[in-house]
Design a protein around this ligand. Structure first.
Ligand code: ADP
Ligand code: MG
Length: 324
């Protein structure tokens, strides 16, 4: 199939038809009408086969995840997702694969009223790059840099299940059969916290989405904000399956270092805490207070009210030996 026909067959027809898209797929560029009093938030994420998802991941999950990881970044800025572009590199033309991939991709787009407005299609090792854009009111973006001493640290959902699924695929653990699907769904079909992010604009002092692991991502907030933090390890939200499969100690390690959670990690002042809890709980978003920001320049951890040291790091793509 020619590239033109492939684009027409799989990407041109879609349910979402936004009024602010003046010109969509088909010309050299898409045209979008700028929105008043809103910033446009822009983010890009690439998924490389074998690096960001296991080789035998179902194509529907790959389509879902390519969108979800980008929506998670928009959520962390408090933005409402609006438009995406898709740069797709495929080893070969495969009708069944593309049909499933598109089903996963468009399902999320339809749910959030996001329009695919363009992209690029090339041949090569499987890799998917999505650029997602969203709108955020000009005076209330959520940044990593706003955390203040005394702020409470919160996280949505539960941590570590996606990392557990990865360990299962690698044959390092064995999950009870009845729980396998639930855990693998966390890895393959992450649910970006889009609504939580928008609600947090009013309350949170800083936010980040958890892609590389809690410790690593909390470090980003601390560095950007010039603060330190203490995490209460007993408070970490761990699923029953994670605890039962690994035991509490290992479960905590995985929750701290495992990637791919796509939950939101955010800070909130004492004054905004109750308002935030009410707003998010009413919206059905599970959340847990896991620590507090302080004046130190590091991240400390406590367990049973005692200081403990941790020796875990989140996921890093480039590890170097020359860091002295
Ligand atoms: P150009 O050579 O000008 O880059 P292309 O032939 O690559 O144009 O693309 C033609 C049109 O199809 C463009 O509007 C482009 O944005 C769109 N397009 C190409 N690939 C994709 C894709 N994977 N998903 C969505 N739109 C695509
Ligand atoms: Mg092109």
């Amino acid at each position: 199939m020619k590239e033109f026909n492939l684009i027409k067959k799989f990407f041109t027809e879609q349910v979402t038809n936004r009024k602010d898209v003046i010109l969509s797929i088909g010309d050299d560029c898409a045209l979008i009408a700028p929105a008043e009093r809103q910033h446009i938030a822009v983010t890009t994420d690439t998924l490389v086969c074998g690096v960001h998802f296991p080789v035998d991941t179902p194509p529907r999950a790959i389509g879902h995840k390519a969108i979800a990881v980008n929506l998670s970044d928009l959520a962390a800025m408090g933005a409402e997702p609006t438009w995406i572009s898709l740069a797709l590199t495929l080893p070969e033309f495969n009708n069944a694969w593309l049909t499933e991939f598109c089903a996963g991709l468009f399902e999320l787009c339809e749910y959030y009223n996001i329009q695919l407005i363009g992209g690029d299609t090339t041949q090569g090792p499987l890799s998917i790059t999505v650029t997602a854009q969203g709108l955020v009111p000009i005076d209330t973006p959520l940044l990593r840099s706003g955390a203040k001493t005394g702020d409470w640290i919160f996280v949505t959902g539960e941590l570590g299940d996606a990392a557990l699924a990865l360990q299962d695929i690698q044959g390092k653990v064995s999950i009870e059969t009845v729980f396998k699907e639930q855990i693998h769904t966390k890895l393959n079909y992450p649910k970006p916290r889009v609504l939580a992010g928008q609600s947090l604009r009013e309350y949170a002092s800083s936010a980040i989405d958890l892609s590389d692991g809690l410790i690593s991502d909390l470090e980003h907030i601390c560095l950007a904000s010039g603060v330190g933090a203490n995490l209460v390890l007993d408070a970490l939200p761990l699923s029953t399956v994670l605890r039962d499969t690994l035991g509490v100690d290992k479960a905590i390690e995985v929750a701290l270092a495992g990637g791919d959670d796509y939950e939101l990690l955010f800070t909130v002042s004492e004054d905004n805490k109750v308002g935030m809890e009410t707003a998010l709980t009413n919206a059905g978003i599970p959340l847990t207070c896991i620590g507090q920001i302080n004046t130190s320049d590091k991240i400390t951890t406590t367990l049973n009210n005692k200081a403990v040291s941790i020796n875990v790091k989140g996921f890093e793509h480039f590890s170097t030996n020359d860091e002295q």
